[in-house]
Every structure is written in structure tokens, then in C-alpha cells.
Design a protein around this ligand. Structure first.
Ligand code: CMC
Length: 376
């Protein structure tokens, strides 16, 4: 029987499995995908190449990359029954709920893709290709606009912007979105990836695993934090109010979104990269408002609480400058992390052991059952 001291609340520091996909050095602030440093990948790679790397464990040849890009482009279209289902859902639903429901519904329409095992790579590619289309379809529908046709010639990053905003991004915008997709693509056993692996470890299917993961990413302590960062900035309004608002929140023991991390004890390297892109985007747009507010928030939170920024601090500022509404920030995170979720599910199928931890029972025992009519 486990002792009280054996209970690792939140499974902190519990090593649950072996994986080759992603390594986080929380003390050095390093993030590695399949051996490659995130800083190199963000500077020199593309989301499609990173997805290949996560799925296959190596960088693709030029031909392999071209094949993957054309495969992902082919897989962008929504089946008509799914489009109709999305149209029948409440227009005021959150896009995260739509995404979760749509992936679950897609499993019914594509049962072959959902089978557990090595063949799930087809489903992994399908989900990675189609998530932006689901989001774009719903986003346009709630604005009363007709669906757009998928544009196979666009890169994953450019297609995401096009699907959401009905315009092609500038070169800088396409690069910054690509960087965001690369940075969010995987992060070891974060809560949503763990949820996906738990689901897969029962030999359930890939689409069910991704449905679990989307539901898990949605929470504000995980993917939902980026949206809340922008709410904080809206509340703060100007640099001279940062001290007052942030200190007030800390005094009330409220969490400041976009700060702190279970694994990183220093700055999240993704925050370092995104800070720079937030500044560049702000300069390009002639609008450094978000960047300046965030720099000041960082200063105050670090001074008062010793906390470092995480990936969610700057992503919302970049998306806002692009003109993307806040309730699409976490879904964009999902549209990237789906590459990592599916890579982990594939790995789970290859080395499967049911994930089933145990709990220390702290409830009553040996109570005497009293029939309902005799209870007071
Ligand atoms: N604001 C204020 N205090 C904080 C914060 C924060 N953002 N993060 C941690 N703390 C404090 C917390 O109150 C606690 O203090 P005390 O010991 O005095 O009670 C201490 O730091 C330890 O916190 P914890 O909750 O035990 O740490 P954890 O490892 O369970 O939490 C976390 C990690 C990410 C949930 C947490 O830092 C947090 O809530 N951050 C805000 C939400 C956020 O930005 N989430 C995105 C995470 S990165 C992207 C992703 O994974 O999705």
C-alpha cells in the first residue's frame, strides 16, 4: 500500500514512461524535439517538417517533405456531413468545444483512420490537416459567412491564417505563425498529451485520444492561459497601471496567466523566442502596446513572485496583432499540438502498457449499510 509521503500530487516529478519524442531540461531552459533544439527548429524549420520529425523520428529528405506537404494539403477538406453537423451546433459555442465535438464526430465518418496501431499515421495526418478547416468553417459560420474552399497550395501556417481570416498572410505573418506552430507542436508529457496517451493505452483509437487531449488542453491552467493573458492586458490598459493591477491580483492570491511552469525552473525557451517575435510584429504593425505592457508585467511578476514567463505569455499578443479573436488562441494551440499528440499516441501503440496509476485511499471503511427506509 502506498504511504502518504508516496503521493505525488499532480503526479509532479513522476516518471511515467520512456519517450524519444521530446526532452525538456527545466533547469537549463532547453526544449528538444527528437534530438533537435527548439531554437534551431524555430529559426530554420517549418511546421510540416517538425510534424514529420515528431511522427517519424528523423528530419525528412526533400522528397519526403514534399510528399508530406502535398498529403496534408489533400487532407484539408471537411466531409459534407461534418460541415452540416458543425452548422447545426450553437453559433455561440466556444471554438474549443466545437473542435472537440468535430474530432469526435469525424471518427464516425472515418472509422478506418481511427484504428489503433501503426496505420494511425494516416489519422495523424488527417487530423493535423483538417483542424484549421474545422476552425475556419465554424468561425465563418458564426459570422454568417459562407465556407471557404481549402487552398492546397498554401503552407500549413499560411492556410491557418487564410482559413481564419480569409486573407493570405504577409511573409512576416506567415513566418511568425509558422514559428508559433513549431513552438507549440510538442511538450513531453504535458496534461493534454498525457490524456491522449492514457486514452491510447487502453487500445482505444487515435481520434478518441485526440478528443481527450482537446478537452484537456482547454483548461486555463494549460492551453487556455493565452486567452486569459489578453484579458489581463485589457484590464491593465496602460503601462502605468501594471504595478497596481498585478500586485492587486497577487495580493488576492490570483494566478497571473502566462507565468510559471511545472517543469521549467528558468525561462521557458518558447517564451524567449515568442517575446522577440511579438516585438518584431509590433514594430512591423507600428503597435508596441501589447509588447510594452507584457514587458512590464514580466518585470513586476518576476520581482514580486520570482516567476518566469511561459509560452502562453506572448502568443496572444502575436495573434491579436494578426487580427485573430482571443477565443481562437487555444484552438490554434490545438492545431499545432495535434502533431505532438498523435506522435505520442503512435509511440504508445508501439510500446503499449495500460496507464493506470493508483490512489491512496483516505475515505471511510467498514461502514454498516443501512437500507434507505431506515436512514434518518
Ligand atoms: N501566478 C501566481 N502564482 C503562481 C503562478 C502564477 N502564474 N504559478 C505558480 N504560482 C505559485 C502558486 O500560487 C504557488 O505558490 P504558493 O506555494 O505560495 O502557494 C507556487 O507558485 C507553485 O504553484 P503550483 O500550482 O503548485 O505549481 P504547478 O507546477 O502545479 O503549476 C502552472 C504550474 C502552469 C499550473 C502554474 O504555474 C499556473 O497556474 N500558471 C498560470 C497558468 C498558465 O500560464 N498556464 C500555461 C502553462 S504553459 C503552457 C501549457 O502547458 O499549456
Amino acid at each position: 500500500m502506498p504511504e502518504a509521503s508516496d503521493v505525488q500530487r499532480g503526479l509532479e516529478d513522476v516518471v511515467a514512461l520512456e519517450s524519444r519524442i521530446c526532452f525538456i531540461d527545466g533547469r537549463q531552459g532547453r526544449l528538444i524535439y527528437q534530438g533537435y533544439d527548439i531554437r534551431d527548429l524555430a529559426a530554420r524549420s517549418t511546421f510540416e517538417e517538425v510534424a514529420y520529425l515528431l511522427w517519424y523520428g528523423r528530419l525528412p529528405s526533400a522528397q519526403q517533405l514534399a510528399d508530406l506537404k502535398s498529403r496534408l494539403s489533400e487532407l484539408r477538406a471537411l466531409p459534407d456531413p461534418l460541415a452540416r453537423q458543425i452548422d447545426a451546433l450553437p453559433a455561440d459555442a466556444t471554438p474549443m468545444d466545437i473542435l472537440r465535438t468535430a474530432v469526435s464526430a469525424l471518427a464516425l465518418l472515418e472509422p478506418e483512420e481511427t484504428k489503433p496501431g501503426a496505420s494511425s499515421i494516416g489519422g495523424a495526418q488527417r487530423l493535423t490537416a483538417v483542424l484549421p478547416t474545422i476552425l475556419g468553417h465554424f468561425h465563418r459560420r458564426r459570422a454568417g459567412k459562407p465556407a471557404l474552399r481549402p487552398r492546397p497550395e498554401l503552407s500549413a501556417a499560411a492556410y491557418l491564417v487564410y482559413a481564419l481570416l480569409d486573407r493570405e498572410p504577409t511573409e512576416l505573418e506567415a513566418k511568425v505563425v509558422d514559428v508559433c506552430l513549431i513552438l507549440h507542436a510538442d511538450h513531453e508529457l504535458n496534461a493534454s498529451t498525457f490524456a491522449a496517451r492514457v486514452t491510447a493505452s487502453t487500445l482505444s483509437d487515435l481520434y478518441s485520444a485526440v478528443t481527450s487531449a482537446i478537452g484537456t488542453l482547454k483548461g486555463p491552467l494549460h492551453g487556455g492561459a493565452n486567452e486569459r493573458v489578453m484579458e489581463l492586458l485589457a484590464e491593465i490598459q496602460s503601462v502605468d497601471r501594471v504595478e497596481e493591477v498585478v500586485k492587486g491580483k497577487l495580493a488576492r492570491h490570483e494566478r497571473i496567466m502566462g507565468f510559471g511552469h511545472r517543469v521549467y525552473k528558468v525561462e521557458d525557451p518558447r517564451a524567449t523566442i515568442l517575446r522577440e517575435w511579438s516585438r518584431r510584429m509590433g514594430e512591423e504593425e507600428g503597435n508596441l502596446h501589447y509588447y510594452e505592457l507584457l514587458r512590464k508585467v514580466e518585470e513586476v511578476v518576476h520581482r514580486e513572485k520570482g516567476l518566469y514567463p511561459n509560452v502562453d505569455l506572448y502568443s496572444g499578443s502575436v495573434y491579436s496583432l494578426l487580427g485573430i479573436p482571443p477565443d481562437l488562441f487555444t484552438p490554434i494551440f490545438a492545431a499545432s499540438r495535434v502533431a505532438g499528440w498523435t506522435a505520442h499516441v503512435l509511440e504508445e501503440y508501439q510500446d503499449l502498457r495500460l496507464i493506470r496509476p493508483t490512489a491512496k485511499y483516505v475515505g471511510a471503511i467498514d461502514l454498516t449499510y443501512v437500507p434507505v427506509g431506515q436512514r434518518s
